[in-house]
Design a protein around this ligand. Structure first.
Ligand SMILES: *Cc1c(COP(=O)(O)O)cnc(C)c1O
Length: 216
């Protein structure tokens, strides 16, 4: 797969939106090709996998986009510029504590289970509205965005969920006004990033459209 060319094309196509180049299961050599083509943010799903690869990856911003287990929180705060996968109050309280120990303010996005799917991680939309006051009171985390993984449906049907996410994003910004730095709406992957951008995504997370199908 021509990683360099794919990255260039996608960067051009998404215009002002930000690309997170999703690098799970991808070797550093190919990740570096994407970075040379202009990707400035990489997204990894697992703390350990990123730790194993990081010495061989060119300088870039790093985002954690996979579910964070309690025993990996310390390491995640050490390693990632942004943790996009905040999916419970328990996790964010823990991150706040760990960041305080390090005298750091950890940037985070809140993951929303926009389809209210029982098996999926993330705050339900109503749950988020109830939790937001406490979340914004934590001093060592800064909430800069919302992230979602919509239900697995054909691409065109994701539009409905992206639209719901955009409405929630606007509502959160409006209601929390001055207290909040929420400016990033992270949604859309290889199959549906064009639709996500049409519906207001400011950041897309793209893996296989850059690197080809992952070999598990
Ligand atoms: C793997 C992954 C992506 C990218 O998926 P592709 O379909 O390969 O683009 C985006 N977001 C998350 C959270 C992922 O786990």
């Amino acid at each position: 797969m021509p990683v360099y060319e794919n990255t260039k094309l996608i960067l051009e196509e998404i215009g002002c939106a930000t690309l997170v180049c999703v690098t799970k299961m991808i070797e550093p050599e190919r990740i570096n090709e994407a970075i040379r083509a202009g990707a400035i943010i990489i997204g990894e799903n697992r703390v350990q996998e990123y730790e194993d690869k990081r010495d061989d990856i060119l300088p870039c911003e790093t985002h954690l986009i996979g579910h964070l287990q309690t025993n990996k929180i310390k390491k995640a705060v050490d390693l990632f510029d942004v943790i996009q996968s905040i999916d419970s109050l328990k996790v964010i309280r823990n991150i706040d504590r760990r960041a305080r120990d390090l005298d750091k303010v950890q940037k985070v996005y809140l993951q929303v289970n926009i389809g209210n799917e029982p098996q999926k991680y993330g705050f339900g939309p109503d749950e988020l509205k109830n939790a937001i006051t406490e979340i914004l009171s934590l001093r060592n985390v800064r909430v800069e965005g919302l992230m979602c993984i919509p239900p697995f449906v054909p691409p065109e049907q994701t539009r409905y969920y992206f639209r719901k996410m955009k409405a929630l994003f606007d509502e959160m910004k409006q209601e929390n006004g001055d207290n909040i730095d929420i400016r990033t709406l992270s949604m859309g992957m290889s199959g549906d990033y064009r639709i996500a951008i049409e519906e207001g995504a400011t950041m897309v997370r793209v893996g296989s459209a850059i690197f080809g199908k992952r070999e598990y």
